[in-house]
Design a protein around this ligand. Sequence first.
Ligand SMILES: [Zn+2]
Length: 225
Amino acid sequence: MRFVRKLFSWKPILAISCLAGVLYGQAATSGSVTCGAISVPTSRMPVSGPNFSSYCIPCIAALRTYAREPVIDTLVAGFAQLENSRPKVKFLYGEIGFPDGGRFRPHRTHREGLSVDLMVPLADRKVMSTSAANRYGYDVDFTDKGTNEQGQVDFAALADLIVSLKKQAQIRGGDIRRIFFAPDLQPLLKKYQTEQLSGIRFNKKQSWVRHDDHIHVDFEFGCPG
Ligand SMILES: [Zn+2]
């Protein structure tokens, strides 16, 4: 992420987004994005649930946690599915999108209400510490073993989360289209749920940022009508 730090500073972007959010109106709980020839509604991700929470409260105020309704439903149900099987794990979600979609700096995607970032879960009941100082988790770096001073990535729980999200997306008539994750960490992830994960498309090369602190998930849901 040092590369990104050189390119831009997130603080002004966040400040502008926050201001835009205030102007847009904090009462906004939904919006809409274009889907084919029509618009479909978006909704906001809940701030937290029994086993998940947000990466960044100011980002919620800045209206950065919206996606198409089936995507939000998939996330909530996907986390709920793991409450019993992974009781020690607390998940963190990251950037999602604006209520009405569109350019979502500094990301290149997240424009259509179908993209979601999920921070990597940590083992031993730990939760990644996110604050303005580490750009709400996006500046956290892990070694090629998935470790840092905060702890060890819980690859087994992350694999379970991906499988759970795929199942919940399929229940709602959708699927996972692709996932971005640091290529050097993918073998550690795919040791778990190997068969299921082999059916999901992952990036083969490093993308524009090293996705070691989060996975980027693109969902696919058809357009109604
Ligand atoms: Zn992303």
